[in-house]
Design a protein around this ligand. Structure first.
Ligand code: FES
Length: 256
């Protein structure tokens, strides 16, 4: 049935399908959430202020480089934005989500795609610019560096001028870096690296530890889509909270 649906969709052109469900509903949240996050993150990256308060530092600005503007005149976030942005933009899950939601290419499973996508000239991710998506594994290594800075920031968020305390911001930053860690360590590239590319663990060097690592990463990897979304929300909310506290709109509550 699914095969005949695909054939019918291809025969009838863009958007044609035998599917009877509201397949287009799935792409709306992606457009709204991913589009909204993109606009918010861009505005915040260019804003260049209200990114720290006490021991708190916004994840959009971490690591903080040249905040005194000795050699960089613009927002410090612009110096580091490429790392996390490249990691998210080339993520295998997000690729599926935004190819469907923003390019409608294809709009959904068994739904007719653009005519040009079916022609012989279609090169997918084997030609520029989409071949750059293959940089994802390198962005993964870069993401580990960013993650180390964010863990450092989360620990530093306990150390206020008057001693060690926990504020709402501390809890928010800690939750954020934990969710980002789950997103990063559930990455498909890491699973491939750990053992996904092997045909035989017992024949490989360090086969046993790699098998254990592959199994653990696989457990996380099954939930990669969920981690992708919750970590996106947590990054945005963490930055929003710190912006509000820094600008004086919110007062940070000391939990203990
Ligand atoms: S596949 Fe999504 S972060 Fe690597």
């Amino acid at each position: 049935m699914a095969d005949s649906g695909v054939q019918m969709a291809q025969a009838e052109g863009f958007g044609a399908t035998l599917r009877r469900d509201a397949w287009w509903v799935a792409i709306l949240p992606v457009v709204v959430v991913l589009g909204g996050f993109g606009i918010y993150a861009t505005l915040r990256a260019f804003e260049g202020r209200f990114y720290e308060w006490g021991p708190y530092l916004s994840p959009f600005y971490s690591p903080l480089i040249d905040p005194e503007h000795h050699w960089w005149a613009w927002s410090p976030a612009l110096l580091i934005l490429g790392g996390p942005l490249g990691f998210r933009a080339t993520c295998y899950y997000y690729r599926k989500a935004y190819y469907r939601a923003f390019f409608l290419d294809p709009p959904a499973c068994a739904v007719g795609e653009h005519k040009r996508s079916k022609g012989r000239s279609y090169r997918g991710e084997t030609a520029f610019p989409f071949i750059l998506q293959n940089l994802h594994r390198y962005f993964f290594y870069l993401a580990l560096v960013f993650l180390a800075f964010l863990w450092h920031d989360a620990v530093r968020a306990f150390f206020f001028d008057d001693g060690v305390h926990v504020g709402v911001g501390t809890a928010v930053m800690l939750a954020n870096v934990m969710l980002l860690s789950l997103y990063t360590f559930s990455c498909h590239s890491l699973r491939h690296l750990a053992g996904g590319k092997l045909d035989c663990f017992s024949c490989a060097t360090f086969g046993r530890p790699r098998y254990s690592a592959w199994r653990w990463v696989s457990v996380l990897n099954e939930r990669h889509m969920q981690f992708a979304w919750v970590s996106l929300f947590s990054v945005g909310l963490t930055d929003f909270y710190i912006r509000m506290v820094s600008s004086g709109a919110f007062r940070d509550v000391r939990l203990f």
